[in-house]
Design a binder for this molecule. Structure first.
Ligand code: GLY
Ligand code: MN
Ligand code: MN
Length: 427
């Protein structure tokens, strides 16, 4: 479509996707999506292109359309044009492809062909997802750079955080380093959770009330769980580290931290082609479950504790998910696989056999989640399996998660975030 295309992977991606679609007589429209207005305001949210559009075009402009004529095997991009009035307020939009107002005429010339909107067609979407799961060199380069931006932020944390700081101070200091290192934005809202807040899997600072955000101060000896990453070139990085701040870890902190780390290391070593991810996940739950038995929090046989959901009380989420243009990337469930209702797997975001070129997070954890542990129905249901008198004193402990981003190769797994330290204690 443009000269730039000959040096970039986008044309090859479009060819591969068209091959997967196998269409002969249709038109497909892949839209970048609109700018979304903020409620009650004349401002807009910052624009994020639909990742399928970004993947196929390499562009991130709003209201653009990538059109595919399957009869001619021809792609055409249409983009908006800035008016002089637009340019009073904003720099001119890059005039990509044909002007958007020519799209209607382009379709009219093909009025005997069916028009498929990619967003509405699961088969078309899965054709794109099946390509997106295998990262090309261009993508790997962005993913590696994204991980480097995260490394700068975590290094700042290791060097600067101490008891007495607020979650907000830590977030701001860390994110500034992501951006200084080249991140365009964070890949998702940063999770900076002190003490008990680490038990909320997706704790976001000021999530529900940005007018009255938490100003929680980190206490000496508390756990600090940070799940954050920079985004570069549209690609995410997704890293979690958990540390005790300002004191030697207690025996329980140390036991659980090393338990999570060993579950993570064993799972990373299995990030190889041919591995069934659901099995790697369930094995990580068995490791966590065995540790909880050893610590005296669970009793019974570990397979039974995994099947009953007793381990899931402390490790409710999945071992990991695909990463790419979105932090929870496309293709987690290929055609023919449905999310499971198994208590240990219902939040598993990926259920497929690993293949070279995929990027997955590996992020086991252990949490003391008040909403689960205080629920009378849960306490009764797990009366035999959970040793409540040992668990109850740990309510308020928070959570421990350790997360890295792994590139599956035909050789050893490449840990994209592997240069980010894993200290058990800082400050
Ligand atoms: N950062 C979100 C997640 O780990 O899934
Ligand atoms: Mn993750
Ligand atoms: Mn994460």
């Amino acid at each position: 479509m443009t000269n730039r295309d000959s040096e970039t992977p986008f044309s090859a991606r479009r060819d591969r996707v068209a091959g997967r679609w196998g269409l002969t007589d249709e038109i497909v429209l892949v839209r970048s999506g609109p700018v979304l207005p903020m409620a009650g305001s004349d401002m807009d949210h910052s624009f994020q292109p639909h990742p399928d559009f970004a993947y196929l075009s390499g562009r991130g402009i709003p209201d653009a359309v990538l059109a595919f004529d399957s009869r001619q095997t021809k792609w055409q991009i249409f983009g908006p044009r800035s008016t002089p009035e637009d340019q009073v307020w904003h720099q001119p939009a890059d005039p990509v492809g044909l002007p958007l107002d020519e799209l209607e005429g382009w379709i009219a010339l093909r009025s005997d062909q069916n028009v498929i909107e990619a967003w509405d067609d699961p088969k078309i979407q899965s054709g794109i997802a099946d390509e997106r799961v295998h990262k090309d060199d261009w993508e790997l380069s962005s993913l590696r750079t994204a991980a480097l931006t995260s490394q700068s932020g975590f290094d700042w944390v290791y060097q600067n955080v101490s008891a007495g700081m607020t979650e907000r101070e830590i977030q701001v200091g860390m994110e500034a380093e992501f951006f200084r290192a080249g991140a365009v934005r964070t890949a998702y809202p940063s999770i900076v959770a002190a003490g008990p807040n680490g038990a909320y899997l997706h704790y976001f600072y000021g999530q529900d009330d940005s007018l009255n955000p938490s100003t929680r101060t980190l206490q000496e000896g508390e756990l600090l769980l940070i799940d954050a990453g920079g985004e570069f070139g549209g690609y995410a990085s997704d890293v979690t580290r958990t540390m005790v701040v300002g004191a030697e870890p207690t025996d329980v902190q140390s036991f659980l931290w090393h338990l999570v780390l060993s579950a993570q290391e064993l799972a990373i070593d299995r990030c190889r082609p041919g591995q069934e991810w659901r099995e790697v996940h369930l094995d990580s739950a068995r490791i966590i479950g065995s540790g909880l038995i050893e610590l005296g929090l669970l009793r019974g046989e570990v397979d039974q504790l995994v099947s009953s959901g007793a381990v899931a009380l402390f490790y409710p989420h999945g071992l990991g998910h695909l990463i790419g243009l979105t932090v929870h990337d496309a293709g987690g469930y290929p055609a023919g696989r449905e999310p499971s209702s198994h208590p240990q797997s219902r939040y598993l975001r990926t259920d497929r056999v690993l293949e070279a070129g995929m990027i997955t997070s590996v992020e086991p954890g252990v949490y003391f989640i008040e909403a689960l542990l205080k629920d009378p129905a849960v306490r009764e249901r797990f009366a035999e399996e959970v040793i409540w008198e040992a668990v109850d004193p740990l309510r308020g402990f928070g959570g421990i998660r350790i997360e890295d981003d792994i590139h599956i190769t035909d050789d050893e797994p490449e840990v994209l975030s592997g240069d980010i330290g894993k200290p058990i204690r800082i400050g």
